[in-house]
Design a protein around this ligand. Structure first.
Ligand code: XMP
Length: 317
């Protein structure tokens, strides 16, 4: 549209005059905000942009591939993709406390990114996908923190970069519209919000490669079936799988099973501050449940979380 076109033009001019001939780095997460910010900056300054993607081992199915296919192949952006999963898994060994997990992942992420950034010599600027609501929120410093948030936009300021924040005046729906205009794939533009610490906060108890495989496989099925059900993409804020650390008895064929349950979580929300559990159609719940139990090794039961926020939070940790 004309409005999006002029927002893009305007933003390109501002980015160019801010950075001049300098080099710029950007931490990509695969999410909407950092992706649109990167695409916009690339439109403005081309090869002066260098992106870094950290694969924590805690990403959703296909996420790393989508990021590489989109940014390296489609946009031809200089992208450094780092598989840092060994480090994350070894530091998470034996850790079950939710805040401890978040802290470890946040710190590992920053250290990994810092090391990568050092190799991009001469970069003076850092792209952040800060949106207008983030600006407002950090200005008002709301109530006590429930969870320590980690996100790619929140890299420490002492990293000695000047910030480039092309989305500072925009709301999420405008960011999505611009992403579409810039040619980003639907899988990125309409991606549901995903916590910085990734699948780790969707695993109650210890995070191991095996347990990540379980929750990732279940999450993939949830995503596929929700997409197939063709629900209104704006109505459903998030839908995902959580792996519990309890086991229950079941029966498969003639055999007794003793395995983990998957907790299905789906909420409607407009800003994640409050959320209502989604009244998903029974047929959809049925398909998700049968597929998860049939296809995901180590799971023998699926339960549905019918708690709204508050009093529950959207994520389990
Ligand atoms: P909760 O669980 O607090 O989540 O109701 C609210 C929204 O925030 C997302 N979330 C995060 N996003 N970094 C993020 O960027 C984080 O550390 C993080 N933790 C939760 C969550 O998915 C939901 O949309």
């Amino acid at each position: 549209s004309w409005t999006n076109y002029s927002i893009i033009e305007d933003s390109i001019n501002r980015i160019r005059s801010q950075v001049g001939n300098s080099h710029v780095i950007c931490a990509l997460s695969g999410g909407v905000d950092s992706s649109v910010a990167a695409a916009l900056v690339h439109r403005a300054i081309g090869d002066q942009l260098h992106c870094v993607y950290v694969d924590t081992g805690l990403m959703r199915h296909g996420e790393s591939k989508t990021v590489e296919a989109t940014f390296r192949e489609q946009f031809e952006i200089d992208l450094l993709s780092i598989d840092a999963s060994d480090k994350f898994f070894s530091h998470l060994e034996g850790v079950t406390d939710p805040e401890a997990k978040r802290k470890i992942i946040g710190e590992d992420f920053i250290r990994t990114f810092e090391a990568a950034a050092k190799d991009i010599s001469g970069a003076k600027f850092l792209v952040q996908g800060t949106l207008y609501p983030d600006v407002i929120e950090s200005g008002t410093k709301s109530a006590a923190r429930i969870k320590s948030h980690h996100n790619v936009g929140g890299l420490p300021e002492d990293m000695d970069f000047e910030l480039v924040e092309p989305l500072r005046e925009l709301f999420k729906d405008e960011v999505r519209a611009i992403g579409e205009e810039l040619g980003l794939p639907e899988a990125i533009v309409w991606r549901q919000p995903f916590p910085g610490p990734g699948l780790a906060v969707r695993i109650v108890g210890e995070v191991t490669r095996e347990r990540v495989e379980i929750v990732r496989a279940a999450d993939r099925i949830v995503g596929e079936e929700v997409l197939r059900a063709d629900l209104d993409k704006k109505a459903l804020w998030q839908s995902f799988a959580v792996l519990a650390d309890i086991r229950s008895v079941g029966v498969m064929g003639d055999e007794r099973s003793y395995a983990y349950p998957i907790i299905l979580r789906a909420v409607e929300s407009s800003d994640a501050m409050t959320a209502d559990w989604a009244r998903l159609p029974y047929e959809l719940l049925e398909r998700i449940s049968s597929r998860i139990v049939a296809e995901v090794q180590g799971v023998n039961r699926v339960v549905y979380d019918i708690t709204s926020k508050p009093p529950a939070t959207i994520e389990w940790e």
